[in-house]
Design a protein. Sequence first.
Length: 281
Amino acid sequence: MDGYKGFLGLLVSSLLVGFLSVIFTLIWVLHYREGLGWDGTALEFNWHPVLMVTGFVFIQGIAIIVYRLPWTWKCSKLLMKSIHAGLHTIATILVIIALVSVFDFHNALNIPNMYSLHSWVGLTVVILYILQLLLGVFIFLLPWAPLSLRALVMPMHVYSGLLIFGTVIAAVLMGVTEKLFFALNSSGYNKFPPEGVFTNTLGLLMVLYGALIFWIVTRPQWQRPKEPNSVLLQPNGGAQEGAGGLTVNFSNVDAPDSKLNHEASAKKRNFTADEVGQRST
């Protein structure tokens, strides 16, 4: 891997910042917001930010960069896809619990649901995230989809995954700000109370975490290398494609080993024949 030390430094930094974001969220709800519970009160609502930051931000970020870990490159692609999908599934479960907690809290106190921009963006991105997970499982994890479909969907899967991740961070920031406006209405958010300063710092940590994840996943030199028994898949038979700094390598799209080996052998024979012909002229 090119720039291994740089990658390792960024990886450790991102994990540290993401973990600090979770810790800051716990400190916020335990120290400033009276703790956690499941009784329809504000204590139940406090599960919402904790689970959202833990699952939708921290774990989702890890799931996005799991393919970039060089010590996993000797693992089978099927195993890595299973880990990738498993992490996203864990995040989804935490997100669903977080949604239940906030709706329970609102309904118990007769607070209207789904009226704020935060709730609109948040629920939209949750639905898109679940759809992204289901499509990923059925197209890339299960051996049903043809190779041409996988090659066609792959760039959209990568782009939508990063778009969802960035939108999640934006939605969480909106939610944190909304909560502070409600919670600090009497003490004055504009007077820089300790809770406001602390929670604003939490927001900056999440932005930094997102930036580090985006940087790691968009460096082509840190991409999982092409597997020996794989073929380069392109919808139009062209070269490897990339959008901006993000290079999408369709050679990582799995296929049954027998088919891949057959196609790879055929390409090798054709190449050898062409090479011999060129050398003979």
